[in-house]
Unconditional design. Structure first.
Length: 150
């Protein structure tokens, strides 16, 4: 892995901290996922019923930060699920692979995917792939073997 180029340009992690949640705890959970060197951007908003909502987001760049993130989220469950679902996770027009991590287990230190079709509380992870040429078929090739390249 050390000499091999990582086929990911950036990763974006984002989640919402709702009024019923401890914002500091959600922030700490995102920090544990992305690492200490990555800046968190927090946007405050209001929900439908005017309750406060905090969007917490991080964009990761650089091979070390990206590899560390992927090591943290790479579990047997995620790898097995990805092998079955990579085509549905890939936006081949833009070269983005989408993961929906279940937030409540993450708050407890466990990495789990949000159940398919679930609309629960989640942490969204998007990986922007590098592929040449930057065309759908190139992105599909990279996405299919993503975990093999790590």
């Amino acid at each position: 892995m050390a000499g091999q180029s990582l086929p990911i340009a950036t990763a974006t992690v984002r989640t919402l901290a709702h009024a019923t949640e401890d914002v500091e705890r959600v922030r700490d959970t995102v920090r544990a996922l992305v690492g200490d060197d990555v800046e968190l951007v927090e946007t405050r908003s209001r929900g439908f019923h005017h309750q406060p909502i905090h969007m917490i987001e991080a964009e990761l760049k650089g091979s070390r930060n990206l590899r560390d993130l992927l090591r943290r989220v790479r579990t047997e469950e995620i790898e097995a699920d990805y092998a079955r679902t990579w085509e549905r996770r890939l936006d081949s027009a833009d070269g983005i692979v989408h993961f929906r991590l279940a937030k409540q287990p993450l708050l407890e230190g466990r990495i789990e995917l949000e159940p398919e079709g679930g609309e629960g509380d989640l942490v969204k992870l998007e990986l922007k792939l590098l592929a040449y040429p930057a065309k759908p078929e190139s992105y599909r090739k990279v996405a299919e073997g993503l975990f093999d390249l790590l």
